[in-house]
Design a protein around this ligand. Structure first.
Ligand code: HEC
Length: 117
Protein backbone atom coordinates (compact mmCIF):
# COMPACT_ATOMS: atom_id res chain seq x y z
CA UNK A 1 0.00 0.00 0.00
CA UNK A 2 2.74 2.38 0.98
CA UNK A 3 4.44 1.69 -2.32
CA UNK A 4 1.43 2.65 -4.42
CA UNK A 5 1.28 6.08 -2.85
CA UNK A 6 4.97 6.84 -3.08
CA UNK A 7 5.56 5.90 -6.72
CA UNK A 8 3.45 8.66 -8.33
CA UNK A 9 4.99 11.24 -6.00
CA UNK A 10 8.48 10.09 -6.87
CA UNK A 11 7.65 10.16 -10.57
CA UNK A 12 6.31 13.67 -10.23
CA UNK A 13 9.41 14.86 -8.42
CA UNK A 14 11.73 13.34 -11.03
CA UNK A 15 9.72 14.89 -13.85
CA UNK A 16 9.99 18.30 -12.18
CA UNK A 17 13.73 17.92 -11.77
CA UNK A 18 14.11 16.87 -15.40
CA UNK A 19 12.06 19.86 -16.52
CA UNK A 20 14.22 22.31 -14.58
CA UNK A 21 17.38 20.80 -16.08
CA UNK A 22 16.07 20.86 -19.64
CA UNK A 23 14.93 24.50 -19.37
CA UNK A 24 18.38 25.47 -18.11
CA UNK A 25 20.10 23.49 -20.84
CA UNK A 26 18.09 25.02 -23.67
CA UNK A 27 18.47 28.60 -22.47
CA UNK A 28 22.05 28.04 -21.31
CA UNK A 29 22.18 31.50 -19.78
CA UNK A 30 24.22 31.99 -16.64
CA UNK A 31 22.00 34.67 -15.10
CA UNK A 32 24.21 35.34 -12.07
CA UNK A 33 27.35 35.74 -14.20
CA UNK A 34 25.51 38.10 -16.57
CA UNK A 35 24.17 40.26 -13.75
CA UNK A 36 27.56 40.42 -12.08
CA UNK A 37 29.14 41.49 -15.36
CA UNK A 38 26.47 44.16 -15.86
CA UNK A 39 27.09 45.41 -12.33
CA UNK A 40 30.88 45.46 -12.71
CA UNK A 41 30.68 47.33 -16.02
CA UNK A 42 28.17 49.95 -14.79
CA UNK A 43 25.51 48.86 -17.31
CA UNK A 44 22.89 49.38 -14.59
CA UNK A 45 23.89 53.06 -14.38
CA UNK A 46 22.06 53.59 -17.67
CA UNK A 47 19.83 50.50 -17.93
CA UNK A 48 17.34 49.00 -15.49
CA UNK A 49 16.14 45.46 -16.02
CA UNK A 50 12.56 46.70 -16.31
CA UNK A 51 13.03 50.44 -15.72
CA UNK A 52 14.33 52.71 -18.47
CA UNK A 53 17.08 55.14 -17.45
CA UNK A 54 19.25 56.97 -20.03
CA UNK A 55 19.22 53.73 -22.00
CA UNK A 56 16.29 51.39 -22.64
CA UNK A 57 15.24 48.84 -20.00
CA UNK A 58 16.41 45.33 -20.83
CA UNK A 59 12.79 44.16 -20.97
CA UNK A 60 12.26 46.76 -23.75
CA UNK A 61 15.36 45.58 -25.60
CA UNK A 62 14.19 41.96 -25.34
CA UNK A 63 10.72 42.91 -26.63
CA UNK A 64 12.22 44.90 -29.51
CA UNK A 65 14.32 41.95 -30.69
CA UNK A 66 11.93 39.10 -29.90
CA UNK A 67 11.70 36.70 -32.82
CA UNK A 68 14.53 38.38 -34.73
CA UNK A 69 17.09 35.83 -35.86
CA UNK A 70 20.02 38.24 -35.87
CA UNK A 71 19.25 39.77 -32.45
CA UNK A 72 22.19 38.13 -30.69
CA UNK A 73 24.73 39.05 -33.39
CA UNK A 74 23.35 42.58 -33.54
CA UNK A 75 23.66 43.15 -29.79
CA UNK A 76 27.12 41.57 -29.62
CA UNK A 77 28.15 44.08 -32.28
CA UNK A 78 26.49 46.87 -30.27
CA UNK A 79 28.55 45.94 -27.21
CA UNK A 80 31.88 45.44 -28.95
CA UNK A 81 32.07 48.22 -31.52
CA UNK A 82 31.67 51.42 -29.51
CA UNK A 83 28.91 52.52 -31.91
CA UNK A 84 27.15 55.78 -31.22
CA UNK A 85 24.34 55.67 -28.68
CA UNK A 86 21.61 58.29 -28.69
CA UNK A 87 20.68 59.62 -25.25
CA UNK A 88 17.20 60.91 -24.30
CA UNK A 89 18.44 64.53 -24.33
CA UNK A 90 19.47 64.08 -27.97
CA UNK A 91 23.25 64.01 -27.55
CA UNK A 92 25.21 61.06 -28.88
CA UNK A 93 28.28 59.41 -27.46
CA UNK A 94 30.07 56.14 -27.96
CA UNK A 95 28.30 53.31 -26.20
CA UNK A 96 30.24 51.37 -23.60
CA UNK A 97 32.57 49.02 -25.49
CA UNK A 98 33.23 45.58 -24.02
CA UNK A 99 35.74 44.56 -26.68
CA UNK A 100 38.81 43.15 -24.94
CA UNK A 101 37.24 43.60 -21.49
CA UNK A 102 35.55 40.21 -21.37
CA UNK A 103 35.72 36.94 -23.26
CA UNK A 104 33.45 36.48 -26.31
CA UNK A 105 31.62 33.76 -24.33
CA UNK A 106 30.94 36.14 -21.42
CA UNK A 107 29.72 38.87 -23.78
CA UNK A 108 27.45 36.35 -25.54
CA UNK A 109 26.08 35.24 -22.16
CA UNK A 110 25.37 38.87 -21.21
CA UNK A 111 23.52 39.44 -24.50
CA UNK A 112 21.53 36.20 -24.16
CA UNK A 113 20.53 37.24 -20.66
CA UNK A 114 19.40 40.70 -21.84
CA UNK A 115 17.32 39.03 -24.57
CA UNK A 116 15.76 36.67 -22.02
CA UNK A 117 14.25 39.48 -19.92
C1 HEC B 1 26.44 55.96 -20.07
C2 HEC B 1 25.20 55.23 -20.22
C3 HEC B 1 25.25 53.79 -20.70
C4 HEC B 1 26.00 52.75 -20.18
C5 HEC B 1 27.02 52.78 -19.06
C6 HEC B 1 25.59 51.56 -20.92
N1 HEC B 1 24.63 51.87 -21.84
FE1 HEC B 1 23.67 50.57 -23.07
N2 HEC B 1 22.69 52.12 -23.97
C7 HEC B 1 22.75 53.44 -23.57
C8 HEC B 1 21.90 54.24 -24.43
C9 HEC B 1 21.67 55.75 -24.31
C10 HEC B 1 21.33 53.36 -25.37
C11 HEC B 1 20.37 53.68 -26.52
C12 HEC B 1 21.16 53.73 -27.80
C13 HEC B 1 20.36 54.15 -29.01
O1 HEC B 1 19.16 53.83 -29.08
O2 HEC B 1 20.95 54.78 -29.90
C14 HEC B 1 21.84 52.02 -25.04
C15 HEC B 1 21.47 50.87 -25.71
C16 HEC B 1 21.79 49.60 -25.28
C17 HEC B 1 21.24 48.38 -25.83
C18 HEC B 1 20.21 48.28 -26.96
C19 HEC B 1 20.88 48.35 -28.30
C20 HEC B 1 19.91 48.22 -29.43
O3 HEC B 1 20.37 47.93 -30.54
O4 HEC B 1 18.70 48.35 -29.24
C21 HEC B 1 21.80 47.34 -25.13
C22 HEC B 1 21.55 45.87 -25.34
C23 HEC B 1 22.71 47.93 -24.16
N3 HEC B 1 22.69 49.28 -24.28
C24 HEC B 1 23.44 47.18 -23.26
C25 HEC B 1 24.37 47.72 -22.38
C26 HEC B 1 25.27 46.92 -21.56
C27 HEC B 1 25.30 45.41 -21.51
C28 HEC B 1 26.04 47.81 -20.87
C29 HEC B 1 27.19 47.49 -19.91
C30 HEC B 1 28.30 46.72 -20.50
C31 HEC B 1 25.60 49.13 -21.22
N4 HEC B 1 24.60 49.04 -22.15
C32 HEC B 1 26.11 50.30 -20.68
C33 HEC B 1 23.48 53.94 -22.51
C34 HEC B 1 24.40 53.22 -21.75
Amino acid sequence: MKHQVQTPILLGVSAAILLVFSINASAAVDVEAAKMMARENSCFKCHGISKPKDGPAYTEVAAKYRGKADAEAHLIHHLTSGEKAKFPDGHEEEHKNMQGKASPEAIKNLVDWILSN
